[in-house]
Write a protein that binds this ligand. Sequence first.
Ligand SMILES: NC(=O)c1ccc[n+]([C@@H]2O[C@H](COP(=O)([O-])OP(=O)(O)OC[C@H]3O[C@@H](n4cnc5c(N)ncnc54)[C@H](O)[C@@H]3O)[C@@H](O)[C@H]2O)c1
Length: 447
Amino acid sequence: MGRRLARVSQSATLDQLATRLKAKTARLGVIGLGYVGLPLAVEFAREGFSVLGIDLDPRRVEGVNRGRSYIPDVPSDDLLQLARAKRLRATSSPGELGALDAIIMCVPTPLRKTREPDISFIVAAGQDIAKTLRRGQLIVLESTTYPGTTDEVILPMLEARGLTVGRDFALAFSPERIDPGNTRYTTRTIPKVVGGVTPTCRKLGGLLYGQIIRTVVPVSSTKVAEMVKLLENTFRAVNIGLVNEVALMCDKLGLDVWEVINAAKTKPFGFMPFYPGPGIGGHCIPSDPMYLAWKARAHGFEARFIELADQVNRYMPHYVVEKIARALNARKKALNGSRMLLIGLAYKKDVNDTRDSPAFDVAQALRERGARVAYHDPYVPTAQLSGVTVRSTPLTSGQLARSDAVVILTDHSNVDYELIRRRAPLIVDTRNHYRGQAGRLARVVKL
Ligand SMILES: NC(=O)c1ccc[n+]([C@@H]2O[C@H](COP(=O)([O-])OP(=O)(O)OC[C@H]3O[C@@H](n4cnc5c(N)ncnc54)[C@H](O)[C@@H]3O)[C@@H](O)[C@H]2O)c1
């Protein structure tokens, strides 16, 4: 890379790109209009840029163009206003990519069934960009991926066009840190890490994000930027794994893990609270550390913390089922034939994202043991439970009273917990929603 820097200097077209970014006249594109791409596209459009969103899903394209949001953090009114002002438009065709000045890739990075990285979406989006790559374009990858993806996978595809990075076009990696459902920290206020293939790439990447984000954190390479994101999410996965293990230990020791954590967090330094739960879910925390473990393995290094945390976290849904079985047993009931009402299918509070949610593992394990499973989730009207389409059950006194146990898996804000408390014969509370009441209320069993 050092030799490359010595040979090339920024072209006039990249200078023009910088000018257009500062003047907010640059035409921007966002590939992948999901939980990450849509809020980002909206922020740039709000700032006055003309933004084109590209997504393979025709429902998402139509949603954006008609002002119908499918992401809870993005209000439909905002989409409508931006669409009317012709600031934000969506298409499913990559045909206009060549006309854009900067293109940000926000496509999924799931795991294969073998739990290895599946970067096929990044490759497909990169190929679309490569087909029409021209001088003066800035390309940024935001999808979470293993260190080396930008340099080793995307760069060769783009340079195959005969253009030189850092001189003719710019390439950067900037990890997305958005936390869906979090109203305190948003796209604009979360600092943005940017690494470029060359210093020019880093500078242009920083300039792009500096238009909408208060703090840009430049780092020395795309690999560092890729690794930053994996460190952040591995930190979460490992700490959640640790606290889940502590929860299992406390159960054996007859201690209330929540009381322990709440007292520990009064220490003003050197301790950061994490909370146990029915397992981890979503597109990031269960998968991202596996990207890192895979890359480390390719270099002959075994990421032991990651593997161990993964094992503990994946056991949690089964522990919840054991906890339910024990609670029923204490009431002389069996899981077999019992009616279970699960509260919250989404993987976390106040979002509609059910990807990899541990609630599905709980539901599956309950069904395997003969329980009859229904669910209530205001964000998830229908879902596939063990291959069958099921509708969210309205939360009524009758429904609650008919259940043998109500299991709180995700503690959305807009659920009537008071009604549950009054009517459910047994509550298994994996989120400590009824904090303080479990001891006094024999019907509430905590994790
Ligand atoms: N969801 C989060 O909270 C979060 C937070 C930080 C980072 N990330 C990372 O951001 C990336 C995107 O995640 P997401 O949750 O927004 O995913 P998502 O599934 O919600 O959205 C991705 C979109 O990309 C579209 N797409 C896929 N391939 C495409 C292609 N070739 N051309 C055009 N569109 C294409 C899909 O149709 C989908 O709408 C992932 O790498 C993820 O790990 C996600």
